[in-house]
Design a binder for this molecule. Sequence first.
Ligand code: TYD
Ligand code: MG
Length: 499
Amino acid sequence: MAKRSSRFVCQNCGTVTARWAGRCDGCGEWNTVSEEDDGGSGVGAGPRSIAVTARKGRVFPLVGLSGEAKEAPRIVSHMPELDRVTGGGFVRGSAVLIGGDPGIGKSTLLIQAAARLAAGGHRVVYVSGEEAVAQVRLRAERLGLGGAPVALAAETSVEDILATLQAGETPALVVVDSIQTLWTETAESAPGTVTQVRAAAQALIRYAKASGAAVVLVGHVTKDGQIAGPRVVEHMVDAVLYFEGDGGDRFRVLRAVKNRFGATDEIGVFEMTGRGLEEVANPSELFLGERDGKAPGAAVFAGMEGSRPLLVEIQALVAPTSLGTPRRAVVGWDGSRLSMILAVLDAHCGVRLSSHDVYLNVAGGLRIQEPAADLAVAAALVSSATGVALPRNSVYFGEVSLSGSVRPVARAEQRLKEAERLGFTGGLVPAASLGDAGTTMGVGGVDALVDLVARIAAGTGTGGQPPADRGAVAFDRDRRAAGNRGIERLPGRQAGGSY
Ligand code: TYD
Ligand code: MG
């Protein structure tokens, strides 16, 4: 009798091992490894089983790079925020994975896009493996989409789905919600396991390429690794979009992390309302929130997300620590980048925060990846540490190097134009970027981080003259004199002098 063999597969990253382990060697996650039947081809399957399935290879044609390459025909959803992220619409014959936490709004986004496309005359099939037909209908009706001619089904068998799709007219778009609920007879493990997810995705991707339909797969990302993460599907699909947002917040950001047909740095911004997702055409206004401009520790960063300028508030709180090792908590930015800025402030600017807790937050639940945010982060930190509020109408951007110099960043002009449009009148930017800034705004240039610290300490966090009304910058002398807020030696501060 043939010995049944099994293997152990990490449900988070798909690493296969011969033995069970509490912690996955591949991704380092705990309790994600579970036993799966290997179907005779996994770890431990000898060469004999391979020989059985081997067949004579088929000769396929090899072609040149310069052959006929048609412009990928796209299916435009006319939801500008979605089309921006896909690179101008869904591409026929391609597969897209939309990942995100459960409840973030993936199904809502896709039923809205499906209804929009169906209303535009495209054939759209929406297969829900999670909700019953009645539930999807109810939601569509509540969103005012009840009349859209979307072909709807609640089904989880990959074979049945493919048979149904192949029987009718080829759809322009197929939405499968979600990949974790599907099961295929070609794999023996339970639904939701890595083997099943991979096999089901493979079958649907093959269908997309063969038929020319655009296939959208929904995948839940869970941190505890109980459900197979869509990570294992990422390399198989043409585009991976993540739908992110703070559960408690209304704002949602759709971000491309991989796109074979477009840029990966574009984001689409949505707001979850009682009537579904609404597109946010001017995200800067949204991420700036309600600023009072009087509190220290807030700096407005003039950033770029893909081709679009985006202004966002960066908030810092610096407070004396009661712990042996001070706390460093970051939301929306890179923690190691924060450590670097703190080290540069310490080594080159005399701002020592080693006995202070530091909290950093990017407003609105946004995640920033640009190094250009360095200067705005430093400004927020110094502002909080000194208790000096930054001028309300100033923006900051610039990359900080380890030597303490401020390096120019791309698209200074576009950043400042957006700031000007939103009523900002000043700011501090890399001196080298001033030349191509081409604006009438009162921005100042800084060459070194130490210049920024000096200007903030002097109460002029912008390039302009100190404001006539000192009260406007909430300069709190007493607070500064009373407590050691981490500034030991400030450049620009005269020994024994007054402010
Ligand atoms: P859903 O699209 O079901 O999330 P996912 O498919 O990513 O799991 O969205 C669920 C959440 O969205 C739910 O908590 C309620 C909220 N929601 C609204 O606030 N307004 C709406 O109009 C809809 C349809 C959902
Ligand atoms: Mg859903």
